[in-house]
Write a protein of this length. Structure first.
Length: 497
């Protein structure tokens, strides 16, 4: 057990005045108010070997979690790395205010975690009665010790609080006073606590790494000393936002990451100046992540015209990640990935932090008016066609151009063929390989064309894809970019014991 402080272990600053402000105290001070607690811990489930004197470590001094800094995550990770070998599970006692950040930070710091690391705290201090502290503590220890004979089976960072067992990087603090202070708004709970009974939903857990092939390690580079000046900021889009303020924020020195808090499914005002500012920041290497202000649901850039271009401007989708996790994952992506992979990997689940993966495939622009244009692209090897849920094809800033010397049809159109690099004007547009056809008007403004092509993607292979744009005689096309967004289910990895 690692004690960091938080309400659970706080006492009134003035022992004579119970109404004086709560301050963090050593764990032993709270235990002194709970003579039966140690015995209760010992009496937990059969075979839990836990001794307060032997098995508790503390960060020094204990803190209110409002004071947590990245340095504390590094300290915690070091402590856990040093001790985890000798234990079946770890409990981290932590204040509720920043517990979701710490849970996400540990989830991303730890590579190939094979044992449970359970964070808990309480709304009321241990010394008070009634308090949720005692139950939360006992439940956290039980979950951390939850194992089939000799095998710890929860290879995750969890938050155990009230009657919930949550994946740490999907949890968020939802109440400053309720017993169930945390919820996982977009992912299912990993278990539940009923009076006298703890149920873990094994089928929802992540796959347990094989320590022989996938050894445990810690990504300390995420919060390395030399990177401490790097800044990740959140920018809230609001109807009264001044573009000048946005420009000033994006011009901050050492800015490496931005969480763009957008509307609904990831929408931003359709303002070319705003888009230009974002593009400039992204081009300069800033990792911008689109996270919705909505509590539930997933970002879907491209569903509305007002957001369809954001991804073209280098903005990564935050999918259905919490704010806390999106922020931590930016540090992870910057420390562990280079170039375009940073954005690619932001959109793919690394620790079970999102419900789906998004594989974005960009095919480049069509600058010279083309009658037939072939483009190929590669995508992340983790994409498996069988897991595809939705595929969206987008031609950004597209328009038709008349072809000189040929009679122009009344309505211009373009056909898109999948994995048929030899498709030509002679190819049959009703063939299965033709996954989309756009019909437009002459002399229309350039705009983004979006089409759901899920049904046509049975022919998609692994790793590489070709698109061929074919215009009929008399028609040519130009566009700013061709993009394929592949949304894939994350297939539950059933635990192999
Ligand atoms: N301020 C306290 C903390 O986060 C609140 C709590 O623990 O509930 O440390």
């Amino acid at each position: 057990m690692v004690y960091t402080g938080g309400t659970i272990g706080m006492l009134p600053r003035d022992p004579e005045n119970p109404a004086s402000p709560l301050v963090p105290r050593p764990f032993a001070d709270s235990l002194a108010f709970n003579p039966g607690l140690e015995a209760a811990i010992r009496g937990l489930g059969s075979g839990i070997d836990f001794d307060v004197d032997r098995d508790v470590r503390s960060i020094d001094p204990p803190i209110d979690s409002a004071a947590v800094r990245p340095e504390h995550w590094v300290e915690l990770a070091r402590l856990i790395e040093r001790e985890i070998e000798g234990y079946d599970g770890v409990v981290v006692i932590h204040g509720t205010d920043t517990m979701a950040y710490t849970a996400s930070a540990l989830a991303f710091l730890f590579e190939n975690l094979a044992k449970p690391v359970v964070l808990t705290g309480s709304q009321m201090p241990l010394f008070r009665t009634p308090s949720d502290a005692r139950n939360n503590l006992l439940n956290a220890i039980e979950v951390a010790a939850h194992s089939s004979p000799g095998v710890p089976i929860i290879p995750e960072v969890l938050i155990v609080f009230g009657d919930r067992i949550l994946r740490g990087c999907q949890a968020t603090k939802v109440s400053s006073s309720a017993r169930n202070a945390f919820a996982s708004l977009n992912g299912p709970d990993l278990g539940e606590i009923e009076p006298g009974r703890i149920r873990v939903f094994h089928g929802r857990l992540r796959h347990r790494p094989d320590p022989a092939r996938e050894p445990f390690s810690v990504r300390y580079e995420m919060f390395a000393q030399e990177n401490r000046r790097a800044r990740v900021i959140g920018i809230e889009l609001t109807p009264d936002l001044h573009l000048g303020d946005l420009a000033a924020l994006l011009a901050l020195p050492d800015l490496v990451g931005v969480i763009l808090h957008t509307y609904g499914v990831g929408n931003a005002p359709p303002d070319p100046e705003l888009y230009a500012l974002l593009r400039r920041a992204a081009d300069a290497g800033c990792l911008i992540v689109n996270v919705s202000q909505c509590l539930h649901g997933q970002v879907q850039m491209g569903r509305y015209a007002s957001s369809s271009e954001l991804s073209e401007y280098g903005v990564a989708s935050g999918m259905d990640m919490t704010d806390e996790t999106a922020r931590i994952k930016i540090y992870w992506a910057l420390a562990t990935q280079v170039g375009d992979a940073r954005r690619t990997q932001m959109q793919i689940s690394q620790r079970g932090e999102q419900t789906e993966d998004l594989f974005d495939v960009a095919f480049g622009p069509v600058l010279d008016p083309a009658d037939v244009h072939v483009a190929g692209a590669r995508f992340d090897a983790r994409f498996e066609p069988a897991n595809l849920r939705q595929a969206v094809l987008r031609l950004g800033g597209a328009r038709f151009v008349r072809e000189a010397g040929t009679a122009a049809p009344a309505e211009p159109c373009v056909h898109v063929f999948l994995n048929d690099p030899r498709a030509s004007r002679e190819s049959d547009p009703s063939a299965a390989r033709c996954i989309a056809t756009w019909t437009g008007a002459w002399d229309a403004e350039a705009e983004s064309w979006v089409e759901d092509v899920t049904d046509g993607l049975g022919l998609l292979g692994e790793g590489e894809v070709y698109l061929t744009l074919v215009c009929p005689p008399g028609v040519r096309i130009v566009c700013r970019g061709v993009f394929l967004a592949l949304f894939a289910r994350i297939v539950r990895q059933i635990l192999v014991r």
